[in-house]
Design a protein around this ligand. Structure first.
Ligand code: SD4
Length: 326
């Protein structure tokens, strides 16, 4: 009896080991010996990334943390009334409400997010507070606003006269056909690598112009609009959120890098995945950015026109990403 029991025990252990073996091998991550970029870098989406990069770089160059850099960087874009899809000045939903989505991730793998938040100038800082001071990752809508107000954020009207005028003009024909590259492209996703080779990121947006009330995009969803794994790399997304959410693009990119892909290969693969699974990508843009622990970067989009800003080696510059159709 005893020997039968010990046989069963051994057999089931052997079975468990053999059943797990192929899986464990396929996903095994062996940390590489890396030579991180000593001065760090900042990488962010679109033209507005230039100003955001400067603010983030200011933090990093003084020895600050990647997460502080990410937050400070995107706050610049949130506060810019000229930006039509972030913070104040963001185009409203079809009912005239500016609703905000944002998230942040630090080097320890912690995350904070807000979605469908109204009347708060700096959603990324609310997300940061959720990350730092609560046991939760995401707060939505009225609950997020109440949390913000209780924590010293002030209520602000985010619908500027220019955005209101644009919305009123849109109401006259009320066609809902967002063409991202043309009318709605200031969402900022920012990735930062600090002098200690730690990674963090933030993503913030007012989402698609004239969206349905209550619509939430990819930007506040951890793994979709942003993902950071300090052992491997970080990624962020901009463009048609629905396409990013269905493929959990930023998480996918980081996992591809974990398995050995370079950032450029990983962002390309994530875009190709979208193109392969969606027949209607003709007028829909998605752009991805990625960075690995060593400071290699990747940038790729469905269509031409996706610009990004890179602060590296003491210089801040803009470039256009390669694209599937470009
Ligand atoms: C969204 N991804 O809400 C955002 C929009 C965006 O540049 O990125 N615009 O779907």
């Amino acid at each position: 009896m005893k020997s039968r029991r010990s046989f069963l025990k051994k057999a089931s252990a052997a079975f468990a080991a053999s059943a797990l073996a192929p899986f464990a091998k396929a996903t095994e991550y062996v940390p590489k010996t890396i030579a991180p970029l000593r001065d760090g870098l900042v990488l962010s989406t679109w033209n507005h990334g230039m100003a955001a990069n400067e603010a983030a770089w200011d933090v990093i160059s003084r020895g600050g943390s990647a997460v502080d850099a990410a937050e400070q960087g995107v706050r610049v874009t949130e506060a810019d009334p000229e930006g039509r899809s972030v913070g104040i000045g963001g185009l409203p939903d079809r009912d005239g409400n500016v609703t905000l989505d944002a998230c942040i991730m630090n080097s320890e793998g912690n995350a904070g997010a807000v979605c469908f938040l109204q009347d708060i100038l700096h959603p990324v800082s609310v997300a940061r507070k959720i990350m730092d001071d609560t046991p939760h990752v995401m707060l939505a809508g009225e609950g997020a606003k109440r949390f913000a107000l209780a924590n010293g954020f002030e209520a602000t009207d985010l619908l500027t006269p220019d955005s209101k005028k644009a919305w009123e003009a849109w109401l006259e024909n009320a066609e809902y056909e967002p063409i991202i590259n043309i009318e709605n492209h200031d969402t900022i996703g920012l990735l930062a690598l600090d002098q200690s080779a730690n990674l963090a990121g933030a993503c913030t947006t007012s989402g698609l112009a004239y969206k349905m009330h209550g619509r939430v995009g990819d930007s506040p969803i951890i793994g979709a609009g942003l993902y950071v794994d300090n052992e491997v790399g970080a990624a962020t997304a901009t463009g048609m959120g629905e396409l990013v959410m269905r493929t959990l693009g930023s998480f996918l990119i980081v996992e591809l890098m974990r398995q050995g892909a370079k950032p450029q290969q990983a962002v390309k693969e994530a875009v190709e995945r979208i193109v392969a699974k969606n027949k209607d990508v003709k007028d829909m843009q998605v752009g991805y950015l990625a960075v690995d622990k060593e400071g290699n970067i990747g940038a790729y989009a469905i269509h031409p026109g996706f610009t990004y800003a890179l602060h590296r080696d003491g210089k801040n510059r803009m470039a256009e990403a390669r694209s599937h159709f470009g």
